[in-house]
Design a protein around this ligand. Structure first.
Ligand code: PRT
Ligand code: ZN
Length: 283
């Protein structure tokens, strides 16, 4: 049985549970218990505070865990980062009062910076030869400059609206973070095998999200050009239509190139283009 730690409530909870569900793992955690066993996969889920997850994974109380990379780096536990999950994206940034003239990281010298991320911040300051004082506080970091507790802050930012409403501006991004899957370094052979199965499923879910299934009708004299645009997983499926001179083409297209590919397909005379979401994709 593989034990996974996820956040019990907060920003990562829903996406973590959704990911397990998309991997076909069914949990009975309606009452928000401390732990839940899956019906159909050898996994047990522990619901914990995010800050505690690296320690639990390190101690082997949990075998793997889902946590923000920011928390993983701040707690600095010797555990593996196994997979970047693509949700819970944010950045850890230094911000200063809007009115301050700021010309570069050197301007942080001599300042007092409030943060809950003193380990990551200290590493950044040392790495950049900046001599600033770190003032560690446990929450509401964004109000520190306004009440005279510090000259600057180092905190997580996503939309930037918290900084804006507190009269601050983001001046240095010191870490780009997202939720990651972490694992204990000494998993048993049996648990390693379960983790590999889980990773195959996570990969299938993530790859599917990044791709779309595409069907279209193409004039036969353009098939070469169109097939070159849509390599798909191996090569596109091409089937003749009932109407002479035309074929149906089916393939997979990456989300990032999507609009560019559609424009080119149209210029090659493609018609009746249908695009569908993919639920799982195993390459
Ligand atoms: O109770 P528990 O200890 O488990 O949760 P928590 O309150 O410590 O963490 P939580 O749920 O707030 O965040 C969990 C994880 O979500 C973090 O460790 C990050 O990896 C990730 N994440 C993504 C964020 C944000 N975006 C985020 N915007 N965590 C916090 N924030 C906060 C930030 O601290 C600031 O107060 O949101 C505010 C800024 O947001 P914007 O949109 O105004 O810029
Ligand atoms: Zn926390």
């Amino acid at each position: 049985m593989l034990k996974i730690a996820v956040q019990k409530s907060g920003r990562l909870y829903e996406d973590s549970i959704k990911l397990l569900k998309e991997c076909g793992i069914e949990l009975n955690n309606g009452n928000k218990q401390l732990k839940a066993v899956a019906f159909n996969f050898p996994i047990e889920v522990f619901f914990l505070r995010d800050d505690d997850i690296p320690q639990y994974v390190y101690d082997g109380v949990a075998d793997i865990g889902i946590v923000g990379e920011n928390v993983l780096l701040e707690t600095a536990k010797d555990i593996d980062l196994v997979y970047r999950l693509g949700f819970g994206k944010c950045r850890l940034s230094v911000a200063v009062p809007k009115a301050m003239h700021y010309n570069g990281a050197g301007d942080l010298n001599g300042l007092k910076i409030a943060t809950t991320y003193s380990t990551i911040l200290q590493k950044y300051l040392t790495g950049n030869n900046i001599n600033a004082e770190i003032h560690e506080i446990s929450g509401s970091v964004e109000i520190a400059p306004g009440i005279g507790l510090a000259d600057a802050i180092c905190d997580l930012v996503s939309s930037g609206s918290t900084l804006f409403t507190n009269g601050l501006k983001e001046v240095e991004v010191i870490l780009k973070s997202e939720a990651v899957l972490t694992a204990n370094k000494k998993l048993s052979v049996e648990n390693k095998a379960i983790l590999d199965k889980l990773l195959l499923r996570i990969n299938a879910v993530k790859t599917a999200k990044n791709n779309k299934y595409i069907l279209l009708n193409a004039p036969n004299d353009q098939l070469k050009n169109i097939a070159a645009l849509l390599p798909g997983m191996k090569s596109p499926t091409i089937v003749p239509l009932a109407e002479d001179g035309w074929s149906s083409v089916q393939s997979v297209v990456n989300e990032n190139d999507f609009w560019e590919v559609i424009e080119k397909l149209k210029s090659f005379g493609a018609e009746g283009i249908i695009v569908l979401p993919i639920e799982k994709m195993i390459v």
